[in-house]
Unconditional design. Structure first.
Length: 737
């Protein structure tokens, strides 16, 4: 977590060391230190002439959640309820010779007690802020320490450790040396002073303002909607940024912006990927990686995104210690000089049957295009994978950038020429920080009305509402300046248009995005919560392919039991205990019967151990039909790209399964054969780009909501955790009644 402060100008470090709670007026700072209950975090408070500065800093288990700065003026001798950096909330009041209070972080409140920092020890608060780096360090009276470092150029945040033996320091030091393991043990010498110069500001996010705006606007558009039910009106960006890297890019390739109380938005730091590449309203990606590392007794130092849904955490020595998603392999035998072909396989009963019986005497005929001559090879090590990433995946990485180009062209057109406002419409613009001020660069009040819609929660930035009067003349142009207390300013430009007419003198402008249009094959509550387990004889996970088919089969069987018009005659897809006889309904949550189903599918599709996971090649996915034989007369169909690249026709096929047939579809995402999730919702929206061509062009954005088959349950809804991803797929698998 970034310890951003702008408190001491021109100093290498500020050491604020305590001299007790003095009874009379005193111009010197009073410093208090203590521990936060139920955590490994420390907290320090500095009081001077009616003002205060506080810093909470987590230890190894909590530094990314409980680190934040607070400052302001005392009220009646106490700290008012104060929202600090990263959305943390602090309150405290005097207690005896010290203070007591509470810290609220991510919906949980923890208490603390503070005592005066001992003057004959190094106890106190240390702050570093220069052009290259920032840091905060607390030393408690019992010599416990907690410190966090942020590199302004690298974007890396990590804990720091005191190099000196604190037990041997009997007087307050003028210098203190700390090290950061995440920076290869780099040392930093900290100097001391006894003066606090502070101004209450909201910390700036250490990312380009345009990326901050993309994430903030996305949150504003989705909160409280069908696609983000866990983001209420009080959901907000947490104020932290976690850089994610890609092996072929030196600088951070992505930034994760956590959302409170839960969720995240992952934005791309460049045109190598879509502006928003991954998001969820139910969990935080970096926290999942941290938890996996912690289970192994490890600490994450850097995160990588290698594919659509494949992430890696490594320690300070560059060792891989945790991962999220399905492994990616080396793909050998693909020639991008050949014409792309869609390869189809079908499995249909020899004798059609109007409805399933017990037992069902179904035998299947499989028709399949010859598979391509492609081989998947494992990587020998994490270091080999990082060093070989750029060359091994160059064609797919170029294709990804090409598919993302149109989205970036839209964003650049907006920055360059402004956003088009349609006369008679109303628009809501997200602001980046609380306490925004706004003004236009010319008087447009006769045509444009601006109103600040106040948030019900002071921690949530307000929303600016732009109303364009129906009488507003075409080509009315203006700039809207937004300024914030922390020095961040934005200039947003707009022009009134009447599409599809082209505004004279305007090269390229963008109309506002339309509302999202949704199509869904059932809701979250209809999804089956199944997951991979270790195969009892193979010793590796059972594979995402078998799990995806099992979730789809379970969904169809559940819908048959509900008399779904399309599926009511196919009640035999799941049988008692996963067997071939007996009536039963596929369970919502994994049980022994579903384990039996997944193991049978694993064998039927030749799923084998590969790079620590279970690999199912796309041409073998049709093998799932052998599970259906003798149970149901439903059919299967698969289709995939012979070049294993995303295809608009495959996206449309999956969309049609959801929209036209009210049935989810198995899709393939990422670098084949990385992962097979189950897509059960999709959404799209459009935006008219005027001034391009004689009548303009329409841009589209598509996304799928997928059940990953990871078996995670949302703590708020008690439903499976699902995620929205770009609708790029190279494989589609369907079940047909």
């Amino acid at each position: 977590m970034r310890p951003l402060v702008h408190l001491v100008a021109g100093l290498l470090l500020v050491l604020l060391a305590g001299c007790g709670n003095r009874p009379g007026p005193d111009t010197g700072p009073q410093v208090f230190v203590g521990e936060i209950a139920g955590s490994d975090a420390l907290i320090a408070l500095v009081v001077e002439q009616g003002r205060f500065l506080a810093y909470s800093c987590g230890g190894p288990d909590s530094w990314q959640q409980l680190t934040g700065w607070f400052e302001g003026e005392l009220q009646g001798g106490s700290l008012p309820v104060t929202t600090g950096s990263y959305g943390l909330v602090l309150k405290a009041s005097p207690s005896g010779t010290g203070w007591s209070g509470s810290l609220e972080a991510e919906g949980q409140t923890r208490s603390f007690s503070l005592a005066p920092a001992k003057p004959d020890s190094p106890a106190g608060l240390y702050i570093l802020d220069n052009e290259a780096r920032e840091a905060g360090l607390i030393i408690a009276n019992n010599l416990k320490t907690a410190g966090v470092y942020y590199g302004k150029q690298s974007g890396v945040t990590a804990t720091v450790q005191v190099k000196d033996d604190l037990a041997k320091i009997a007087t307050r030091p003028t210098q203190l040396t700390v090290t950061s393991p995440a920076y290869g043990g780099s040392e930093f010498t900290l100097s001391s002073t006894t003066k606090v110069q502070a101004a209450p500001v909201e910390p700036r996010l250490p990312i380009p303002v345009n990326l901050h705006r993309i994430a903030a606007q996305m949150l504003e558009e989705t909160r409280g909607s069908e696609m983000a039910p866990d983001w209420s009106s009080t959901a907000r960006l947490a104020g932290t940024v976690r850089p994610f890297y890609r092996p072929d890019i030196t600088a951070p390739a992505y930034f994760e912006l956590p959302v409170l109380p839960q969720g995240f938005i992952l934005v791309s730091n460049g045109e190598h990927d879509y502006p928003i590449t991954h998001w969820s309203d139910t969990f935080t990606l970096s926290k999942s990686l941290e938890a996996s590392a912690k289970d192994k007794g490890q600490t994450s130092a850097r995160y990588y995104k290698l594919d659509t849904l494949f992430y890696v955490a490594e320690d300070s020595q560059g060792n891989r210690i945790a991962s999220y998603g399905s492994e990616i392999a080396q793909i050998v035998g693909v020639s991008f000089n050949q014409t792309e072909r869609m390869l189809v396989a079908t499995a249909t009963p020899q004798t059609p049957q109007p409805e399933d019986t017990d037992p069902t005497n179904s035998r299947f005929v499989i028709r399949q295009d010859p598979p391509p001559n492609i081989v998947f090879r494992p990587w020998g090590s994490w270091r080999e994978q990082k060093s070989g990433f750029a060359s091994a995946y160059a064609p797919w990485l170029r294709l990804l950038a090409e598919r993302a180009r149109s989205d970036w062209e839209v964003e650049k057109a907006i920055q360059r020429n402004g956003e088009a406002l349609v006369a008679g419409n109303k628009y809501e613009v997200a602001t980046l920080y609380p306490g925004v001020k706004f003004r236009t660069d010319r008087d447009v009040s006769a045509h444009i009305a601006l109103e600040l819609k106040k948030s019900s929660d002071a921690r949530v930035p307000d929303t600016l509402v732009i109303t364009v009067r129906a009488s507003a003349p075409e080509n009315t142009a203006f700039g809207l300046e937004l300024s914030y207390r922390n020095g961040v300013t934005e200039m947003l430009r707009y022009t009134v248009v009447r599409p599809p007419a082209t505004p004279s003198g305007v090269r390229a402008q963008s109309d506002d995005w339309s509302r999202w249009t949704y199509h869904s094959a059932g809701g979250n509550s209809d999804q089956r919560t199944y997951w991979q387990e270790t195969h009892p004889t193979k010793g590796c996970p059972t594979g995402c392919g078998p799990v995806a088919w099992a979730m789809l089969f379970g969904w169809a069987d559940f819908k048959a039991a509900q008399d779904h018009p399309r599926w009511k005659n196919r009640r035999g897809i799941y049988r008692e205990n996963g067997g071939r006889t007996g009536g039963a309904v596929a369970p919502k949550v994994m049980d022994q019967g579903i384990r039996n189903v997944i193991l049978e599918l694993n064998q039927a599709m030749n799923t084998d151990c590969f790079m620590g996971g279970g690999l199912t090649e796309p041409w073998d996915m049709i093998g799932a039909s052998s599970y259906l034989e003798g149970r149901t007369a439903a059919s299967l169909r698969t289709e995939y790209s012979g070049l294993l690249i995303p295809s608009d026709s495959l996206r449309t096929r999956a969309q049609d399964s959801i929209r036209r047939h009210d049935t989810p579809a198995v899709i393939g995402i990422g670098l084949a054969p990385a992962h097979y999730p189950l897509a059960y919702k999709y959404r799209y929206r459009t935006r008219l780009m005027v001034g391009i061509g004689p009548v303009g062009i329409t841009e589209y954005q598509y996304q799928f909501k997928v059940n990953q088959g990871f078996g995670r349950i949302s703590p708020t809804s008690n439903e499976p955790i699902t995620e929205w991803v770009p609708a790029d797929t190279w494989f589609v698998g369907e079940i047909l009644p």
